[in-house]
Ligand binder design. Sequence first.
Ligand code: CO8
Length: 257
Amino acid sequence: MAYETILVETRGRVGVVTLNRPKALNALNSALIAEVTSALDAFEADEGIGAVVITGSEKAFAAGADIKEMASLTFPGTYTADFISSWDRVSRFRKPVIAGVAGFALGGGCELAMMCDLIVAADTAKFGQPEIKLGIMPGAGGTQRLTRAVGKAKAMDLILTGRLMDAVEAERAGLVARILPAEGFVDAVVAIAAEIAGLSLPAVMMAKESVGRAFETTLGEGLRFERRLFQAMFATEDQKEGMAAFVEKRPAAFRHR
Ligand code: CO8
């Protein structure tokens, strides 16, 4: 399928979505969100894909929702159309998805990265929720996911002042999993995704689902949920293969089922 605002490629078992509106620093307009949704639907259905990377350019992951597109919106219009509700495809994606962030990840760009399972940052990355400077507030999870990731003090600081946070501060605060050099960044992020995609897909998906549950429920229910999934894994071919390979001192050849 031909896309206008993103580039989509497959590298081995990794699907790569590159946001591609360079003249607008990858600002997220409705066309881009529809295309990301469509690309993810295809990767979700593709048995050959075990993990996905969403990335942008060297200068910007995404500089936020498209301000020019939003400027004339009205409250009744946003309410009746439930503006932004269709932007959460990433958070419903069931396979692992990594945000590879170089340059700006601001507003909706930071929120898009936070919908991913982990954020890997180039040393050039800058994160922020600057919506307050536009007379609005974050609307796609910024007040919720950022607060869970970095805690109240830093979330309030970033959201109320709109200041930007560099990669080192973001990693120290818990928003970013790893920082990598800007040189060769996308290849390095794809290598991390390939490592995950080479493992047992059911194990990886259940592990992802279980970690996600930690944000949704009580400790007791979360532990019960984890235990049930753990027990279910003994019904998979990959559990048999993974443990046999260990005992036989050879690499596991997972069948992803
Ligand atoms: N929307 C539309 N166009 C943008 C955006 C944006 N968010 N960001 C940059 N652009 C455009 C600029 O208008 C400019 O276009 P032109 O050349 O036609 O004037 C081009 O990109 C290059 O930008 P700059 O010249 O400003 O580049 P600089 O390097 O000088 O500055 C900055 C880079 C600091 C990133 C600056 O562009 C900036 O501050 N951008 C806006 C950042 C922002 O406020 N983001 C938050 C937007 S609101 C939001 O995201 C609400 C979230 C709602 C939910 C989203 C769901 C996923």
